[in-house]
Design a protein around this ligand. Structure first.
Ligand SMILES: [Fe+2]
Length: 256
């Protein structure tokens, strides 16, 4: 089985359309799943959710999805300085104001975790676990520099064994590593990459008999259209620049 995994779309409709077109043009992909964070930071939360629903793309709740869906007080996002905190709150308030009732109930109804059994559930075989952040909370950042012990603890919590795969997003930085035969795959971000590459990202994950293949794919999309729509909305213009750079917004000079 070969899966396309998309995550952290963050209301970026032009990026989602381009990646969806790319994936559906590949005869080797058997199924598409999303790994959460459908909304936030860009002006198409309803359109992105409508496309995901219309295409029947199953997936899990990101922190942005579950906080918007449950009217939580903030998005559960990390910020490193007061400007980032301000931008984070502006994005969250805008998104909550603009999601329609159908979008909100779709987000609230997303499962926390999905298990895929490529060989079928009727016989033993590898398991693919999909979560947004970690198997315990969707707000925890699982970065590449986490020690092996952290990865193995998470795998144990998730009931995983050698040959299994866990895929997650949230950090917007793609990576893959194998520890004790268990594969850990961060799917990066489709709509808001942070690795300095503006192109939309997804992962093609192949799971076969004793074999796991991970392909990180980048797709060009109309980033200018996304930037224009952000500038024309009440969202901070900083988010447009962020998309162009594939990077976090420039921060205000620190007073300290
Ligand atoms: Fe995200």
């Amino acid at each position: 089985m070969k899966y396309a995994l998309i995550s952290d779309i963050h209301a970026n409709l032009p990026a989602l359309r381009a990646v969806h077109r790319h994936i559906t043009g590949r005869p080797d992909i058997d199924a598409i799943y999303h790994v959460g964070d459908l909304v936030g930071y860009a002006p198409w939360p309803n359109e992105v959710v409508a496309l995901i629903a219309a295409e029947g793309i199953a997936g899990v709740a990101g922190n942005y999805d579950s906080t918007v869906g449950t009217d939580y007080k903030h998005c559960g996002c990390r910020y490193e300085d007061p400007r980032q905190e301000e931008l984070s709150h502006l994005s969250y308030a805008w998104t909550r104001q603009h999601v329609g009732p159908d979008t909100k109930s779709f987000l609230a109804g997303l499962p926390f975790r999905i298990d895929l059994l490529p060989n079928g559930g009727h016989r033993a075989g590898p398991r693919v676990v999909l979560v947004h952040g970690t198997p315990t909370l969707n707000t925890v950042y699982w970065t590449e520099n986490r020690p092996d012990d952290f990865c193995l603890k998470m795998a144990q919590d998730a009931g995983m064994k050698a040959g299994d795969v866990i895929a997650f997003g949230h950090t917007h930085l793609p990576w893959h590593r194998e520890v004790d035969g268990i594969h850990f795959v961060n799917t990066g971000s489709l709509g808001r990459p942070k690795d300095g590459d503006w192109r939309a990202g997804y992962v093609a994950l192949e799971v076969g008999e004793g074999r796991v293949g991970v392909e990180f794919v980048r797709v060009e999309y109309d980033v200018e259209a996304a930037m224009r729509a952000i500038r024309e909305s009440d969202l901070p213009d900083d988010f447009a620049e962020y998309l162009r750079r594939g990077d976090r917004p420039a921060t205000a000079p620190s007073s300290r």
